[in-house]
Design a protein around this ligand. Sequence first.
Ligand code: BYC
Ligand code: FE
Ligand code: FE
Length: 470
Amino acid sequence: MSAVDLEAKIPNNVDLKNDKRLLRALEKWQPKFREWWKEMGPSDYNTDQIYLRTAVGVGKGGWAHFDYVKMPDYRWGIFLAEPVERTIHFGDNIGSPIWNEVPGEMRNRLRRLIVTQADTEPASVEQQRLLGDTAPSLMDMRSLFQVNVEEGRHLWAMVYLLHTYFGADGRDEAEELLERRSGNADKPRILEAFNKPIESWLDFFCFTTFTDRDGKYQLASLAESSFDPLARSTQFMLTEEAYHMQTGENGVGRVLHRTGELLAEGKDPKSVGAMPLDLVQRYVNAWFSVSMDLFGGEDSTNAAESFASGLKGRYREGDGIYKDPKALAQAYKLEVPEGNRLVEQEIPLRRAMNGLLLDAYIADCKRIVSRWNRDLERLGVKETIELPSKRFHRHQGVYADFDFNPAGELISKDDWAANVDSWLPTQADREYVASCMKPVREPGKYANWIGPHSVGVNEQPLDFEYVKFH
Ligand code: BYC
Ligand code: FE
Ligand code: FE
């Protein structure tokens, strides 16, 4: 393991200074990244001082440093988790040495996975670039920017792999990552969720709860990879990811807490510009369903091949929790629409790798939602937030061409059309939410539609000056 070099133009622990060609290529990409950031990132705040955490190493405990920085000067670095001695632990090549170079026959598939992962990172920054204007508190604004700069670092992590292991093709891909644009019809981002607008803070908190959590599961699956540089990159990315998901879970939680307090007082949340529960439910329905699509089809030969060849493992595969590390002996039960009903099908487990990962994700989301509901209950509110069925509002996988209600029952097109306005955000919902999005910039103060944080960042008080405007 090489030492952490924090003084270099590109901070890293991959010994960049001893690979002059690679260093030159990355130093050529760096100003293009900065240009992209200044234009497509949170560009209204290029000159402000933000109290941010920067990754400075990968050791447990002391991996991050907090200080004020101007975002365009953020020290985006390349950090791989410490290597561990291991052999391939799943798929067809069990027991063989892990790879430190890309095997020729895996090159295209691996490049595609890395590019797809990479593409989501700048996409999310683009989607969120205007939210600073309506932050409900200074600390929320800081959280947004923290998430943004770290998504930028995740892009660096993937671009490092492309430049190091994929030659000229990799360099071309790295350029294209800065050329695609979220939501642009001519050069869209690769995955659908990353082309949807994140218009409001309610969208942002749902996105960081549900979409960043897809990130956790995809990264966890890549962290099992037999291609060791990918495994070690994604392992370290997961360290940062925890904060993104926490931002989401706490954010939605604070919205619901505020609503719950009002309901407990017998007030209509709308009468004071807060969020009604049914509206929050529609936002949850929308972001949860679009995030489920990010797992790809439940029945997928792509996923089977990625598993067989050792590129992507199951969630926590390395913890030895699966009886059959080749996943050859078992089947997966999948309910598939046929005519106007659901029939159970069995598919070979390997083909169900996306489905399995999705199931783990859904269980995780259920835990989050029950924490929200426990808080509502403590406030004396009877209504709850519910996760819709995994069949609801899907555009990938076996349910994509059918209509289901949130309970997961197959319904007709007419039934869908008659009810969709109570299931997914309407134009009126969006306008109402937009009308509530007024910036609050006095330290320690919060917009009326959201409760305060319970703790500050890095042990600072809630009324700390997390953003200093210039
Ligand atoms: N949109 O075999 P299938 C994150 C395509 S989030 C558009 O069913 P596969 C983050 C698919 O490409 C984590 N297209 O699925 C979060 C394929 O196309 P081809 C991102 C889609 O391939 C917040 C066809 O449909 N990481 O980090 O096993 C903020 C059939 O596909 C979609 C990754 O995604 C879709 N939703 O799985 C910031 C990890 N779904 O081959 C960051 C890398 C599927 O027929 N990516 N398709 O042309 C992968 O592992 C896989 O590409 C997927 C899809 C899991 C996404
Ligand atoms: Fe990320
Ligand atoms: Fe994230």
